[in-house]
Design a protein around this ligand. Structure first.
Ligand SMILES: [Zn+2]
Length: 113
């Protein structure tokens, strides 16, 4: 790969990744949260992209992005509110998501007829 100074480069993985479908974004989050990056404070958000944008099979890589809203999985975070407070700098809504197995069980119970 030749060195390049602009992102996203067509033959690289750089740039801000955006998924076209929520399931693809969740798969990305799952891969990273369940591994040793758990509690790294990764966030999901609905975003707008601009600048240089490269389309891929399940979304885009962009030069620039800005969120409409952010979702913060709280699993493994020592202080989710500290992270949420830092994200408030974006000036958009930040929602905390409890993705723990216990929370999933409770949601399944509540959704049951
Ligand atoms: Zn690159």
């Amino acid at each position: 790969m030749p060195r390049h100074t602009t992102a996203p480069h067509p033959f690289c993985a750089c740039g801000i990744h955006a998924a076209a479908e929520l399931e693809h974004a969740l798969a990305y989050l799952g891969e990273n949260v369940e591994g040793d990056m758990q509690g790294s404070g990764q966030v999901l958000g609905r975003v707008t992209l601009w600048g240089r944008v490269v389309e891929g099979p399940s979304g885009w890589r962009a030069e620039k992005a800005y969120p409409f809203e952010l979702y913060l999985p709280t699993d493994g975070l020592d202080d989710p509110y500290e992270v949420a407070f830092a994200l408030a700098d974006y000036g958009v809504p930040v929602e905390l998501l409890d993705c723990s197995p216990v929370a999933a069980k409770v949601r399944a119970q509540l959704a049951a007829p």
